[in-house]
Structure formats: C-alpha cells, structure tokens
Design a protein around this ligand. Structure first.
Ligand code: TRP
Length: 334
C-alpha cells in the first residue's frame, strides 16, 4: 500500500512499433486503472536486450514509448512512468531471485521456447532468465496487481511461486501479486489472420494497425482485413475475423457486441469495415497529436524522467534493503 492505495505494476518493451493491440489491450486500460491504484508503469529496456538491439534505435524507441505512455493519458504526476534501466534494483533483485528459481520452472516457460526458436542464432542466458527479471520488476514495488496479457500469465504465476518460496524461508517480505485481466477488447487479433494475436513483430504490415498510422492507412488496412463469406455481421466463434472487428469497434466506441450486430444488421462488410476504421482513427488521433506535442517539449519530458526515476528508486531501495538483509548481506557502514 502507498497512501492507502493498492500498488499496480506493469511494463512494456520498446521493441517494434506499438500496435492497436497494445493500446486497446493495455495502455488504454492502464489509464482507467490509475485512479484506483498507485501505478508504476515501466519502459522495460533491460528486457529488450535479450534480443540484439541497435543502441541508438533502442534509446529512441524507449523514449518514444515513455512519451506515448503520457500521450495515451497517463498523468506522470500520478503514475510513476520511468525507465527500468534507471533503477539498478531491478537487476540486483533479479540476481537474488535467480537463486530462488529452479531451472525446471524456467524450462517450462513457453515464451522462452518460442523465442529460442525465433532467435536461434542468439540463445543467451538472459532470454532464459527473462521471467525472473520480470518477477523482480513486480516484487520490487510490492505490487498487488499486475495487468498482463494472456501470454504473460505464466510469468506471473512464476512470480507468485518464487515470492511464496522466498516468503516461506524469510517471512512476509513480498506481496503476492494477482493478475489483472482487462475486459472487452483486451485481445486484438491480426487483421490478416484472426486466429493470431495482433503483434508488433508481424512481418505483414497489413496485419497490424500501428499507433502512429494515419487515418487513410488505418482505413485501408481495415478494408483489407480478412473476414469470411457469411455476409452477416454476427458476433460468433465461426466468424473470427468479424468477431475481431466487432471487438475493436466496441473497444473504441464503448458499444456492446449486441448493439453492434443491430447497428449493422443487413449491411455489408464494406460499410462495417469503414465504420471500424473510422472509430479506430478517431480514438488514435488525439493520442498521436498529443504525442507530437509532447515530443517537442524535451525539458518537460526530461523532468518527468528524473522525478519518476527517483520515485521508483525510493520504493525499489526499500524492498531491496529488506531482501539483502534477510539473505545475509552485511549492513552498509555509513
Ligand atoms: N514481459 C512483458 C511483455 O513482454 C513486459 C514486462 C516486463 C512486464 N516486466 C513486466 C509486464 C512486469 C508486467 C509486469 O509483455
């Protein structure tokens, strides 16, 4: 608890270009959570180097992501928006937790296996211990809740197991975090293959809506979205493409699938796709404008980075000191 509020932690990697899936599935919900919780939203750049990065590019992307957090509506006075690499406690706690995580547990992580297959030229130990760093992120701030996508649930389970194991040995040091799973629109699927999640690393640019896509591009991509030959706008499993478009439309307009079915009863896919594209463009435009505006204000962004980095550091140190003491590291002489 901080000031009577429960603590929330989440983070995103600055790799690839953020998509509508990242926005509707995460960022947009983060904004609504920031009233209820004391939130830490990190740009997790330590995680990014498990895959080889161009340094200048990584730095630029990380900064853009941080600005985007604010552009999406997160108030940096209320939410702690910071770079993971600015708080050395993440790496320090990760080391300690590595010693409380079994290789058998890490071997079971499915994302590691996927990444190993994808990056067979660089199967480094960081890729393997990635979930432990994620556990450190969460436990360092004593987070009560962690909004995550389905693909990260396994990592959160591991976080809970490691925290419980540690607490079992040393007493109640870590808060055991709960997953927070968002409601509708939480899972945006690829526009070219609606059985696959929309991904920032998809090679087919038509499969994803990027947050910075302009209105024409957005509408063009929706027009090309893969659907079916049912010629009916119905929210059902047999029509994954249409269902995905309905989900997106509902997430952007606040309507329900039933209302959407009614609204487009007897209408063609072309008309529906255009409406979906327009609803997406309308929701992204203010974010894009604010992003452009904020990007120009270097001094302001720098001040946010400094203040929030210090705030994160303060809470991280508090946990880390307790942990270091428990495991038997000597007290510092001052
Ligand atoms: N692994 C997460 C992802 O790729 C990002 C992440 C890192 C994260 N640390 C976290 C998410 C802690 C939630 C909490 O999406």
């Amino acid at each position: 608890m901080i000031d009577g509020k429960k603590i929330l932690f989440s983070g995103m990697q600055a790799t690839g270009t953020l998509t509508l899936g990242n926005y509707l599935g995460a960022l947009k919900n983060w904004v609504t959570l920031s009233d209820e919780y004391e939130c830490f939203y990190s740009v997790v750049d330590l995680h990014s180097i498990t895959v080889r990065q161009d340094p200048a590019e990584l730095r630029k992307r990380a900064r853009n992501l941080l600005v985007l957090y604010i552009a999406a509506g997160l108030d940096p006075k209320k939410n702690c928006i910071y770079y993971q690499s600015h708080v050395s406690g993440h790496a320090e706690l990760a080391w300690i937790l590595n010693c409380f995580t079994y290789m058998g547990e890490l071997n079971r992580m499915t994302q590691f296996k996927d990444k190993m297959a994808k990056h067979s030229d660089n199967i480094n130990a960081g890729l393997y211990t990635y979930p432990v760093l994620m556990a450190a992120d969460i436990l360092l701030y004593q987070a009560d809740v962690v909004p995550v996508g389905k693909d990260q649930l396994q990592h959160l389970e591991l976080t809970r197991d490691v925290a419980q194991r540690f607490n079992g040995v040393y007493g109640e040091i870590f808060t055991i975090p709960e997953p927070y799973i968002g409601q509708r629109g939480a899972r945006v699927m690829s526009l070219q293959d609606p059985t696959k999640k929309m991904s920032k690393s998809d090679e087919n640019a038509n499969a994803s809506i990027y947050l910075m896509d302009d209105t024409d591009t957005i509408i063009r991509k929706f027009k090309r979205a893969v659907t079916d030959s049912e010629a009916e706008i119905r929210y059902r499993e047999e029509q994954p493409g249409i269902r995905n478009l309905i989900d997106i439309y509902c997430a952007c307009t606040g309507k329900t699938p039933e209302e959407t079915e009614k609204e487009f009863e007897g209408k063609g896919y072309g008309e529906f796709k255009l409406a979906v594209g327009e609803s997406v463009a309308a929701i992204l435009k203010p974010v894009q404008e604010r992003f452009q505006e904020l990007s120009k204000d270097k001094a302001y962004i720098d001040s946010i980075i400094k203040e929030n980095g210090e705030k994160a550091e303060y809470y991280a140190r508090k946990t880390l000191r307790k942990v270091q003491k428990k495991v038997g590291f000597p007290e510092r002489i001052r």
